[in-house]
Design a protein around this ligand. Structure first.
Ligand code: BES
Ligand code: MN
Ligand code: ZN
Length: 495
């Protein structure tokens, strides 16, 4: 996909997208341009014949001439539009464009949106809009068609159309384009079969990424993982014929870093549950249990391109959770890198056991912040559903900053508590703690478990079990991998 910014008349788009609110006319230069091409037939259709009302994400396809089509997207009532709703409208336009035969490129009007509300979730300037368009149009156009014999023709370029382009717009557009690459990368990797995406495959991918972006890389094999004392992580992978790998990529800025951050992604390349095997229906989507790893690998590529003055470490403990004669067992006690002991109460609560060691490892890097992102608990789906990411941590300021950024980026997050009381849920008679308690407060309990393995006082935990690859579509993304939190994390890291 190519991402371009162009003056309106210089567009090379087969399809051009413009907008209407339910309650206001579009008097922009792009709309005028489209209307002129259609000999004012477009405005007649909209404002006289009311072919489209302008309700949120409603689309109207219109032929301007033999080469060019317009898509008009409804934005709903002006005072009600937010950045998130606008992103949904853009994705909807992208999906609509896919139905236009032969279309190779799509152009979008850059919109500025001002309401009476003074929060920045509603209002956006043209540069904010540029970011939203590049990411959400790509979401709308996305398809995982690698294994389909019948691949449809697809759009190869997204253009932003604006006569007053400036540096602010260009910079934001670039960040949008790199974020969009990161999301596409992550979604493709999550969509790929677990028979291909093994720990070794992901490690090889990390190696390619390190070469392409000149990043430092360490890959640890089974013996090295053992030498480093990461025996909790090792236990989870011991039932699989595919050996575990631990990867660590590092991006260093040219100047002295303003802050150093470690980003950990859960990397279970397949979660069968282990000896506590999952029922078939729950296992069906468990190739997506490496969504955290895919997310952080996508992000570091975007960061390497954006080149902010931060240091970023990307870490993943990659393994398969499988039942076999060599699997870790219920009642086993495993020892994490920091010496804490864990009684295995349930082999399906494997993510936290691998993350325990990854968190200990992150402590050795001298970073200011540690963030982990994990498809960790089914319980977060019960609490927050498929469109809200659970946020936890041990630093309220960091949590607040992160949640604020997620709102600006149009992604939903909600804080869940971590309380000392959770300790009782995981009380073990023979070890420092068990890896699971009862069914209650599953998300918070898992987070409390993790908190035992970090020394950082700026540790943030994102539970994306509900949001990484839901089986139901949401208003922006079709069912399957979403690339959730990639936009928020990139913008958080560079802010
Ligand atoms: N990978 C799952 C969590 C998950 C569930 C991700 C649904 C995506 C969709 C995790 O390893 C798991 O199995 N968690 C268990 C923990 C339980 C045994 C305490 C769960 O949530 O059921
Ligand atoms: Mn599991
Ligand atoms: Zn899992």
């Amino acid at each position: 996909m190519r991402f371009l910014t162009k003056k309106i008349e210089q567009n090379e788009s087969d399809v051009i997208v413009s907008y209407i609110y339910e309650d206001a006319k579009n008097e922009s230069e792009v709309f005028e341009y489209l209307d002129k091409l259609s000999n004012n037939e477009l405005s007649k259709q909209i404002y006289e014949y009311k072919t489209i009302k302008g309700t949120l994400a409603e689309t109207f396809k219109f032929s301007l001439n033999k080469d060019k089509k317009a898509i008009i997207v409804g934005l709903g009532k002006k005072e009600k539009l937010t950045r998130q709703k606008f992103a949904q409208c853009i994705a909807s336009a992208g999906r609509c464009a896919k139905t236009i035969q032969g279309a190779k490129s799509i152009g979008f009007e850059l919109l500025e949106h001002k309401t009476k509300c003074d929060c920045n979730y509603s209002n956006f300037e043209k540069h904010d809009c540029a970011k939203i368009i590049f990411t959400s149009a790509r979401i709308g156009l996305y398809e995982f068609n690698k294994y389909l014999s019948d691949k449809k023709e697809s759009i190869e370029a997204i253009e932003l159309l604006e006569n007053n382009l400036n540096q602010e717009i260009e910079t934001a557009a670039q960040i949008g384009a790199y974020s969009s690459f990161a999301m596409k990368f992550a979604k493709d990797l999550i969509n790929e079969s677990a028979q291909i995406v093994t720990p070794e495959y992901v490690a090889n991918l990390a190696s390619e990424i390190s070469k392409e972006h000149k990043l430092e890389l360490k890959i640890y094999n089974k013996n090295q993982i053992k030498e480093m004392g990461m025996n909790a992580f090792l236990a989870v992978g011991q039932g699989s014929v595919n050996e575990p790998k631990f990867i660590h990529l590092k991006y260093k800025p040219k100047s002295t870093p303003r802050k150093k951050i470690a980003l950990i992604g859960k990397g279970i390349t397949f979660d069968s549950g282990g000896l506590d095997i999952k029922p078939a229906a729950s296992m069906l989507t468990m190739k997506t249990d490496m969504s955290g790893a895919a997310t952080v690998l996508g992000i570091i590529q975007a960061i390497a391109k954006i080149e902010p003055d931060i240091e970023l470490h990307v870490i993943s403990a990659l393994c398969e959770n499988m039942p076999s004669g060599s699997s870790y067992k219920q009642g086993d006690v495993v020892i994490a890198k920091n010496g804490k002991t864990i009684e295995i109460d349930n082999t399906d609560a494997e993510g936290r056991v691998t993350l325990a060691d990854a968190l200990c490892y992150a402590d050795t890097l001298g970073v200011d912040e540690v963030i982990d992102i994990a498809t960790l608990t089914g319980a977060v789906i019960v609490s927050l559903g498929h469109n809200i990411t659970g946020v936890m941590g041990n630093n309220q300021k960091q949590i607040d900053n992160f949640i604020e950024m997620s709102k600006k980026c149009g992604e939903n997050t909600w804080q869940m508590p971590i309380l000392e009381e959770m300790k009782d849920n995981l009380k073990s008679e023979i070890a420092d703690m068990k890896n699971t308690g009862g069914r209650n407060a599953g998300t918070s309990t898992a987070a409390w478990f993790l908190s035992n393995f970090t020394k950082s006082n700026s540790w943030l935990h994102l539970d994306i079990a509900g949001t990484a690859a839901p089986e139901k579509s949401n208003k922006e993304t079709l069912k399957g991998p979403t690339g959730v939190m990639i936009r928020t994390l990139i913008n958080y890291l560079i802010s």
